[in-house]
Ligand binder design. Structure first.
Ligand code: ZN
Length: 333
């Protein structure tokens, strides 16, 4: 089959999927059935990527993220965040295994790449009031992966490109990666999802939280909190992440889902002592870093974005902080 026909068929499939409301109705019903979480095909939809291809794509993008940012090596923090995440994955529709890593960055951000490569910034953990809020953001991101939003959106973009620029668009993801790699640590295009995909991630994420035993309201309160934080201190929240605005109708929709869809439980997990000690541990690291930077004669720039490499003296910085751990940190252990 030549390229032109493949293109025509894809465009036809896109038009068909948009113009067939009954398909959406079935999907919607299935998405409401919380008892069959894990056995629902929430990721179906036009997609040029097989699961294997999606995992390979996510893996190479994840390597790029790790190359350009500092993944935290504190095993206690890494283990905790991974544990919270894997428990949510277990109660989700995701069909891929997840790799969860923590990035040392003040910026409030979390993102899951196609294929289950999930990164959480320390700034996000510090901004959360309790484990339930952290779980809310993680559940939302896991939902993007479970519903395969990244590759489905890429497919849509490629189809749109074919329709308008058939001769210019050449390389799909590979070409995209090369073009983006020049100036950006990570191509952000596929992390900015359509409004429909964001709503779906809210919808599914709330269910995953509930299934994992959390208070599903945590997602709403956290998005409200970071919106306030960004207002108070512009730039504190990563650009891609701030495309998750909790508009009043979105909050209302999530609350409606919680009351209509999820039978109330006797008790929900709001927080754990593990969350408190991890947050204390992170605050300790932050405080010591601030003190070290103040002591230092040379001007240092505060680490802000994950791609920022201006704070070069990290090895000595870390050594000092390990040697001079204040007693409060030990008590929290
Ligand atoms: Zn999202």
């Amino acid at each position: 089959m030549n390229g032109r026909w493949a293109r025509r068929i894809m465009i036809f499939a896109l038009v068909l999927s948009i113009s067939t409301p009954s398909l959406w109705a079935t999907d919607k019903k299935q998405k409401d059935d919380i008892d069959s979480i894990g056995n629902r095909d929430v990721g179906k939809g036009m997609n040029r990527y097989s699961i294997e291809k999606e995992i390979a794509l996510g893996k190479s993008l994840a390597q790029e993220v790790e190359r350009t940012s500092k993944v935290i090596d504190d095993p206690i923090i890494a283990e905790y965040v991974n544990r919270v995440g894997q428990n949510l994955v277990k109660h989700s529709d995701a069909q891929v295994p997840f790799t969860i890593k923590v990035i040392d960055s003040d910026e409030v951000n979390a993102f899951a790449l196609p294929g289950g490569f999930f990164f959480v910034n320390t700034g996000l953990i510090l901004a959360a009031e309790n484990e339930c809020e952290l779980a809310g953001v993680m559940a939302h991101e896991i939902a993007h992966v479970a519903a395969r939003h990244g590759t489905r959106q890429a497919t849509r973009a490629e189809v749109a490109n074919w329709a308008t620029l058939p001769l210019i668009f050449l390389g799909g993801w590979a070409g995209y990666g090369i073009r983006q790699a020049v100036g950006l640590a990570l191509p952000l295009g596929f992390l900015k999802f359509s409004r429909g995909f964001e709503e779906e991630a809210d919808y599914l994420g709330v269910q995953y939280m509930y299934a994992a035993g959390y208070d599903p309201n945590g997602m709403v309160t956290f998005f409200e909190r970071i919106q306030a934080k960004e207002k108070h201190k512009p730039g504190a929240v990563a650009k891609a992440f701030s495309t998750h605005p909790q508009t009043p109708d979105r909050i209302e929709r999530a609350q409606k889902e919680i009351t209509q869809l999820l039978p109330s439980k006797e008790a929900y997990v709001v927080t754990t002592s593990d969350f408190d000690s991890i947050k204390g541990r992170l605050q300790g690291i932050e405080n010591r870093r601030t003190v070290e930077e103040a002591k230092s004669d040379r001007p240092t720039l505060k680490r802000k974005t994950s791609g920022d490499t201006t704070d070069v003296d990290e090895s000595t910085d870390k050594k000092k902080t390990e040697d001079e751990a204040p007693p409060t940190l030990k008590r929290r252990n």
